[in-house]
Design a protein around this ligand. Structure first.
Ligand code: AMP
Ligand code: ZN
Length: 120
C-alpha cells in the first residue's frame, strides 16, 4: 500500500472519517464533500488503485462490496426511492483518489446526466 493513500489511512484509522460500516474486507464512510443527502464511499481494505487493477482473485471482494452497498442503501433508507453507484476510473472519469471506491449516492432525485457532454 502506498504510504500516502488517504483511503488506506481511513481504513486503518490513521485518519479521521465518519465510518458507517466496516468488516474484515470492506470499509464505508461518509464522503467529505457530499453531492447528495446520502453520499457514502465503499472501499476494499486491500489497496487497489483503479478499477483496471481488479484481479480475478478479487471477485469475492467485489461481490461483497455490492452486498455491503445494498445493506447500506437499506440502512440509509434509500433502497425504495433508488440510488446511484459510481466508480470513477482514471483521468477521463475525474478519479481523484487512486484507491478503488464505490460512490453510493441517494436521498434526492439524481437528475444530473451520467456524463457531461453526453452524445459521443
Ligand atoms: P473520485 O473523484 O471518484 O476519486 O472521488 C473521490 C471522493 O473522495 C470525492 O467525492 C471526495 O469528496 C472524497 N474524499 C476525498 N478525501 C476524503 C476524505 N478524507 N474523507 C472522505 N471523503 C473524501
Ligand atoms: Zn489505498
Amino acid at each position: 500500500m502506498p504510504s500516502d493513500c488517504v483511503f488506506c489511512k481511513i481504513a486503518n484509522k490513521e485518519m479521521e472519517s465518519e465510518i458507517v460500516y466496516e468488516d474484515s474486507d470492506v470499509v464505508a464512510f461518509k464522503d467529505i464533500s457530499p453531492a447528495a443527502p446520502v453520499h457514502l464511499l465503499v472501499v476494499p481494505r486491500k489497496h487497489i488503485s483503479t478499477h483496471q487493477e481488479v484481479l480475478e482473485e478479487d471477485a469475492y471482494l467485489l461481490g461483497k462490496i455490492h452486498m455491503v452497498i445494498n445493506e447500506l442503501a437499506r440502512a440509509f433508507q434509500i433502497e425504495e426511492d433508488g440510488y446511484r453507484v459510481i466508480v470513477n476510473c482514471g483521468k477521463h472519469s475525474g478519479q481523484v483518489v487512486y484507491h478503488l471506491h464505490f460512490h453510493l449516492l441517494g436521498g434526492k432525485p439524481l437528475t444530473d446526466s451520467l456524463a457531461e457532454g453526453r452524445g459521443a
